[in-house]
Design a binder for this molecule. Structure first.
Ligand SMILES: Cc1cc2nc3c(=O)[nH]c(=O)nc-3n(C[C@H](O)[C@H](O)[C@H](O)COP(=O)(O)OP(=O)(O)OC[C@H]3O[C@@H](n4cnc5c(N)ncnc54)[C@H](O)[C@@H]3O)c2cc1C
Length: 464
């Protein structure tokens, strides 16, 4: 509760955080005539814009350019000399593209009618009051969009060695001699491959028995093969990671079943997961419940345990992507302003892993489908049998699709191959339409594309 002598500024709505849900929600609420206070303590646009999707995908693009330049001869293209990666320019390109987004988000909020921007750390002091520096703001509706940060695990010796996270990686403008990436999942693998392509020696250290262990084993194996074919070392089952300084280097003890028990790297990147920014948000003062990992508990319409307070984006644990955060905005806006009754459970799992070639995922994995225990169909096709991939000289990976044997509806797909971050949408749209896969077999896809092989792939469906 605000102290007796503190002036309380009243708004119709308060939004804490300018990630992927807060800014579009501010625009909708303000357009509906509400007065809105937006609080941001860091860089406008949050993780995706500043340290996540946008900067990493510009770096992935630079790494792809370097990779293709090295392969130029295969395509009959000659280069005057060896490929040189100019990291300050790579970083400058990344900073420019990410900066444009950041400035765009900030400008759009600062110039929005009915909207007041507060720059500072927001903290609940009561269920409907939030303090920012000396100001206390009150509103009937409060929307929390505070996102998260990289987990820094409690590894023995970590206090004695320097380390990087996805955030501090953004300042790197040189090619590390040997980058050791702890964490063989989505964030770690993107950095691993891009830095290998920039010219670093790279070792990926993963505690689980395989990379991206939430994916099916065949997907993990294909990804490991792609990375190892480019000269990355992959060390799985690293169950007892410990760290120690070694001159200017970092010694990483692994205790893996195979390979040397220790490796030495020049730089260490921690990519072992994310945690929500909810520890200093005054949730207890407001009576807002969270789970043991700090995620704010919400119902299917993103309402917290306190009436009139919603939590959107990564901080609610219902998603860990920009598109899930944006979909949270769409759900809350539709229910709040358009009389809708949209729910989180209506959405289908979908995401991409942006190594090259990318993995596009929709719905269930093969393991999920097996656990379901109902008759199902499966089909797979290597990218070596996809004409467009052959023409592009990018034949790594494979496509896998699973369908319900009775309804013929698609249950899930894992598409690992060139262009598959886009191709997956053909599957995803069909799943949202709840249409049988036979519908796709009656379409006329464009030749030559990867998508044109989807009907052929579906024609190969057979009992799982
Ligand atoms: C390296 C990396 C790559 C990624 N790549 C992709 C990708 O390719 N595709 C994809 O879909 N997702 C990707 N993600 C995930 C994506 O970035 C996040 O899921 C997304 O940004 C979540 O958005 P959000 O709205 O939950 O919050 P965020 O974007 O994290 O924003 C939260 C904002 O709240 C602010 N804030 C926090 N606490 C307070 C407070 N108390 N007071 C005021 N302000 C506060 C923060 O400063 C921040 O600006 C990636 C993530 C990482 C780390």
């Amino acid at each position: 509760m605000a102290k007796a002598n503190t002036q309380v500024a009243a708004y119709d709505a308060i939004i804490i955080g300018t990630g992927q849900a807060g800014p579009p929600l501010a625009r909708r609420l303000a357009a509906a005539g509400m007065t809105v206070a937006v609080i941001e303590r860091g860089a406008f646009g949050g993780t995706c814009v500043n340290t996540g999707c946008i900067p990493t995908k510009t770096l992935v693009a630079s790494a792809y350019a370097a990779h293709m330049a090295r392969r130029a001869g295969e395509f009959g293209v000659g280069l005057a000399g060896p490929v040189h990666v100019d990291m300050p320019r790579v970083k400058a390109r990344k900073d420019r593209i990410s900066g444009q987004s950041r400035v765009g988000v900030e400008h759009s909020l600062r110039t929005l009618a009915n909207c007041t921007v507060y720059q500072g750390h927001g903290r609940f002091v009561a269920p409907h009051e939030v303090q920012v520096d000396d100001a206390v703001l009150a509103a009937e509706r409060i929307f929390i969009n505070v996102g998260g940060r990289a987990v820094v695990p409690n590894l023995p010796g970590l206090d004695r060695v320097p380390y990087l996270t996805n955030s501090s990686m953004m300042a790197v403008d040189f090619v590390p001699r040997h980058l050791v990436v702890v964490g063989g999942s989505y964030v770690g693998l993107e950095f691993a491959q891009m830095y290998r392509r920039f010219g670093s020696e790279v070792t990926v250290v993963e505690m689980a028995p395989r990379l991206v262990h939430r994916e099916d084993p065949d997907v993990s194996a294909a990804i490991a093969e792609i990375l190892e074919s480019e000269g990355m070392r992959v060390r799985v089952k690293a169950e007892c990671i410990r760290l120690a300084p070694s001159g200017d280097d970092v010694m990483v003890g692994l205790d893996c079943a195979d390979g040397p028990p220790e490796i030495r790297g020049s730089h260490l990147l921690l990519a072992v997961g994310r945690r929500p920014y909810t520890d200093d948000l005054g949730l207890d003062e407001a009576g807002i419940a969270r789970d043991e990992r700090g995620y704010i508990l919400v119902d299917d319409q993103l309402r917290t345990s306190v009436p009139g307070v919603w939590a959107l984006g990564d901080c609610n644990g219902k998603g860990a992507f920009t598109h899930t955060a944006y979909n949270d905005f769409e759900i809350v806006a539709a229910n709040h302003l358009d009389g809708g009754s949209r729910r989180v459970s209506d959405r289908i799992t979908a995401y991409a892993l942006y190594i090259d070639p990318p993995l596009g995922r929709a719905g269930m994995t093969e393991a999920d489908v097996k656990d379901r225990g109902k008759p199902a169909l499966i089909a797979t096709r290597p990218m070596t049998r996809v004409g467009r991939a052959v023409e592009k000289g990018e034949t790594a990976g494979f496509m896998k699709v699973l369908a319900d044997a009775e309804s013929k509806q698609i249950l899930g797909a894992s598409l690992l191959g060139t262009g598959c971050d886009e191709v997956i949408h053909g599957i995803l749209d069909l799943m949202y339409a709840k249409a049988p896969y036979t519908l796709l077999q009656r379409t006329m896809p464009i030749h030559p594309t990867v998508s044109e092989l989807l009907p052929t792939l579906l024609g190969d469906l057979h009992p799982l």
